[in-house]
Design a protein. Sequence first.
Length: 196
Amino acid sequence: MTESRNVVIVTGIPGVGKSTVVNTAVEQVKKKHGEDILILNIGTEMFEVATKAGHVKNRDELRKLPTYLQREIQRKAGESIAEKSKSKRTIVDTHTLIQTNNGYLIGLPEWVVNAIKPKTVVLVEADSEKIASRRTADPSRTRDAQTVTDIQIHQEMCRGAAVSVGTITGATVRIIKNREGLVEEAAAELADTLME
Ligand code: ATP
Ligand code: MG
């Protein structure tokens, strides 16, 4: 595999701080290298597809749809992301496992990752207690309530999913800790991966 790859997938459980770390890393790259990084979000792309088709009114309703419909929306979002990310350094911000009414929907199935061909999968992790409190303190989103033990299990499952993406695509897997109050540090690691 010698083709150059320009996509870094950033994943991790809801409320771990993906979007915060991504936005900070993009600012750091702009300051240091003067380069604009494209940020795409599979959830946002899916929301656009689903809204146009009249299936949902807000983003957090997506995971409540019948899973066949979520998969269909996910396929369209994956195609659109593969197209948009072709020619510049891109971050794809996404969930690894989406809790539906019928088990977990896999956020990065084979047909999505093979379309995107990431160079690296970055898994953002944080202390499970801190994630629980970040979710409660964030009024901008409606995230499902989970116990600290469930959050921990969910994070362990994300490691398995991230490794699977590496196995399918040859992408490297990098775990980045998003420590409380230290977003800049986590973002600097992501910026290094982007510019590698
Ligand atoms: P989702 O998957 O639901 O989109 P996310 O992983 O993108 O969630 P964010 O929205 O980035 O998570 O962050 C969730 C909340 O945690 C926000 O209120 C954010 O300000 C806060 N937060 C993120 N990182 C840190 C940190 N290192 N220290 C303290 N608070 C943080
Ligand atoms: Mg986010």
